[in-house]
Design a protein around this ligand. Structure first.
Ligand SMILES: [Zn+2]
Length: 326
């Protein structure tokens, strides 16, 4: 078994208390914006501040509580500039509280529930959630490896015909999941695709699965090209009915069921296609950290990624984030 088993990254416990374990601890740790900024500063630079302008490492002058001044070039910055919190007018205490609820609630929270829980406007809640979802994708994340099941499933919409989504009106999602032996699952990746063409499927696999992995699919011709690539392709040809899917693809079947239940439960079954990939990224982030020893670690991880993710503007997310861009 490789080290990536079960969780996305090794989330080693850090000595000392650098993340809250309970809501009570959370409240005590983040009483004001200043304590939030200190926490984010540690996650972003960990005492290795590098000036965003002249790139010289130093200890910035704390001119006021908020401004950080580079001793070399006098450039002024703050801990939030250049992150997903850039130019926000929402207090950091609110941002961190949203992050806490998103990561610690068993199934996360919809924008509507964040609005009600935090007493912010729906628009603010929605914007925070959208930005956090962008931050949930760690661009450094490793590809899946080992035995990987890949298949498509349909989400949302109304059932149109039975032809396994290759041609119907629902949204098509391709899923990859690591299979552990003798049992258990590793990490997942998911992508909203326009169709089940070879291009869509093979591009996805190329992007998210290490070569030399064993890829398990059904007999759909869209996967045929795998034979000529550096993958070990195992095909299970299913009988006429798609009801057999759970027999030969237990991992995919499980994820698809969880995904649909999550969309129905937490999000009342509603999403627009342009935002579907955002939902998929949140689901993936949650699933891949399902075995974290403490939800506070997941909270810490989300904020760590948030301060290492470039600014996301309202324009970036209003009509669906462009996940293809770098
Ligand atoms: Zn500088």
């Amino acid at each position: 078994m490789n080290s990536s088993q079960n969780i996305e990254e090794s989330e080693k416990l850090v000595a000392g208390k650098d993340y809250p374990r309970t809501y009570r601890e959370f409240v005590t740790m983040f009483l004001d914006d200043e304590s939030c900024r200190e926490f984010l500063y540690k996650l972003r630079w960990n005492d290795n501040f590098i000036c965003p302008k002249c790139k010289v490492p130093s200890t910035p002058w704390n001119q006021t509580h908020k401004r950080l001044v580079c001793p070399s070039c006098r450039h002024q910055t703050t801990v939030t500039v250049g992150t997903i919190f850039d130019k926000t007018r929402t207090p950091l205490t609110t941002w961190l509280e949203a992050a806490w609820h998103i990561t610690t609630a068993k199934n996360g929270m919809s924008a509507k529930t964040i609005e009600q829980t935090l007493g912010v406007s729906y628009n603010t809640a929605w914007t925070m959630l959208q930005r956090f979802r962008v931050a949930m994708v760690n661009t450094q994340r490793e590809k899946l490896s080992g035995i990987v099941e890949v298949d498509e499933t349909q989400v949302g919409g109304v059932d149109v015909g039975g032809k396994r989504g290759r041609g119907s009106k629902k949204s098509l999602v391709v899923i990859a999941i690591e299979i552990h032996e003798p049992k258990g699952y590793g990490r997942i990746r998911m992508r909203y695709i326009q169709n089940a063409s070879s291009d869509s499927l093979i591009n996805f696999i190329n992007d998210v699965v290490d070569t030399n992995s064993i890829i398990h699919t059904d007999g759909w011709s869209g996967y045929n090209k795998l034979e000529s690539l550096e993958y070990d392709h195992e095909v299970t040809v299913m009988s006429h009915s798609n009801d057999q899917a759970h027999v030969s693809m237990p991992g995919i079947h499980r994820i698809a069921a969880l995904l649909k239940r999550w969309i129905l439960g937490t999000h009342q079954g509603s999403f627009s296609q342009e935002h579907l990939q955002s939902y998929l990224e949140e689901f993936t982030f949650r699933f891949n950290r399902r075995l974290s020893k403490n939800r506070g670690l997941v909270f810490r991880r989300l904020l760590e990624q948030a301060v290492h993710t470039s600014p996301v503007t309202k324009k970036d997310v209003t009509f669906g984030y462009d996940w293809e861009k770098d």
